[in-house]
Design a protein around this ligand. Sequence first.
Ligand code: ZN
Length: 81
Amino acid sequence: MSRPKHPNKHIEESIQYAEEHGWRYKKTGKSAHAWGRLLCVLSNRSGCSMSIWSTPRNPLNHANQIIRKVNQCIHDGDDDE
Ligand SMILES: [Zn+2]
C-alpha cells in the first residue's frame, strides 16, 4: 500500500524510520491539518498510534516525537497468535 509523501523532510525521515520498524500509515479524513496516523505493528486498539500533522509549528520537534514514539513501542510485531 502506498502513502503520500510528507511535505516536510524531517518528518518524512521519521515516518520512514517508523516504517522500518513495522509502523503503517493510516489515512485520516476529518482534519485538514492532519497528514494521517501511524500505527505500530499491532494496528489494533491495544497498539500504539500517533497523529501526524501536515504543518506542525515545529517540524523538527514533531519529527523527534515520532522517533520517540517508535522507540517507546514495546510491541515486536509478533501479532499472529
Ligand atoms: Zn506498539
